[in-house]
Design a protein around this ligand. Structure first.
Ligand code: ZN
Ligand code: ZN
Length: 364
């Protein structure tokens, strides 16, 4: 076991950087020296929610270097550079065996715990909860091997951290779920990490018209830089009407923030035969959908983590970044120290950032 620095959340919107104890990795687990962790709405939701159990260490978009491995770990070794994937999966159920680990329900069992139901984090003997079996707002983390994805040594840690959840959900929405063809028309509703990933991927696959919809002018300017052919400020212009004018209805709409309004807009913006990929969240209120739209042969699909197979897709996206096909640097708009996590959450809540990361010093 070892002492590490971690942002411990002890109540809604109440946290401090504390020294806590992290046990050794158990069989099938990996000890990772964390170097960067993305700050995601999922963390913010848990940070502010009354439903979260405390104390807990959040953080589920980590990247770093393997420090040690538990018994039976065969796919990574100390010194490997890795991205930490968000979703726990069992590896054994029909979904996992069928190449759909994102549908595995094991993560429901892991709430606050590792896969075996126990915890590795504590302070003076008091257990501390985990988050997505990762808890990477900490200088080190113990993570199940299946969530630890090796990447090339020249992928920067902060770029690796972008590939652990939100951005990859957008990338996979375009490349795995919708399989957008070159020349197809695309609309993206909400351009945080997920939406920015969708715009980047639409550009990478040479989509035709790419309409980015958001409320923040700076975010829209960045979307234009990374491949949106048109931007719509939904605070000023009705995005559905504008998309109709521009495209006559898009082939693909990506709903990336999970509000009833954006879900309705994404479906309403489709042309005949179009597909809407809805990110949604478990806390999204019900949305009304005009069922008349279905007479145009539209499809609506849930975008859960971009249907990502971590060891297939994360190295693929890292390679696209290295080839210059995904300008992930453009969407990493702020960097923080662990002690500034509260500030990072405030900026996220205010919609001021596309994606931010918390960075850790080597060996800290
Ligand atoms: Zn996330
Ligand atoms: Zn499974």
């Amino acid at each position: 076991m070892r002492e590490i620095e971690a942002a411990v959340v002890r109540g809604p919107e109440e946290h401090a950087v504390e020294t806590v104890t992290l046990d050794d990795p158990e069989p099938g687990e990996v000890l990772v020296d964390v170097r960067a962790t993305g700050v995601c709405h999922t963390d913010y939701h848990a940070y502010t929610s009354d439903d979260t159990d405390h104390p807990v260490v959040l953080g589920h978009e980590g990247s770093g270097v393997v420090a040690a491995v538990g018994d039976g770990v065969s796919t990574v070794e100390p010194g490997d550079r890795v991205v930490l994937w968000v979703l726990p999966s069992c590896g054994d159920c029909g979904y996992c065996r069928g190449g759909e680990p994102y549908l595995c329900q094991a993560r429901r069992e892991t709430r606050g715990r590792m896969m075996d139901g126990t915890r590795r984090l504590s302070q003076d003997g008091e257990p501390i909860d985990h988050f997505y079996a990762q808890s990477s707002f900490a200088s080190m983390a113990v993570v199940p091997e299946r969530q630890v994805v090796p990447v090339a040594d020249d992928v920067p840690f902060e770029i690796g951290a972008l590939l652990g959840c939100g951005v990859t959900t957008g990338l996979g929405g375009v490349t795995n779920i919708a399989e957008v063809e070159s020349g197809a028309s695309v609309a993206v509703f909400g351009c945080g990490g997920v939406g920015a990933g969708a715009v980047l991927a639409a550009n990478a696959v040479s989509a035709g018209t790419v309409v980015a919809v958001d409320l923040d002018p700076d975010t829209l300017a960045t979307m234009a830089e990374i491949g949106a052919t048109h931007t719509v400020n939904a605070g000023e212009t009705d995005p559905v009407e504008r998309i109709e004018e521009l495209t006559g209805g898009v082939d693909y709409a990506f709903e990336c923030i999970g509000t009833p309004q954006t879900v309705q807009q994404a479906v309403a913006s489709l042309g005949p035969g179009g597909t809407a990929a809805i990110t949604g969240t478990s806390s999204t209120p019900p949305a009304e959908i005009d069922l008349g739209r279905f007479t145009k042969g539209i499809s609506v699909v849930g975008n859960i983590v971009g249907f990502t197979q971590p060891r297939v897709d994360i190295p693929r996206y890292a390679r696209m970044y290295q080839n210059g096909d995904l300008d992930l640097d453009a969407i990493l708009t702020r960097r923080y120290e662990l002690g500034d996590l509260g500030e990072a959450f405030d900026a996220l809540a205010a919609g001021e950032v596309i994606r931010s990361v918390v960075r850790f010093e080597e060996g800290a």
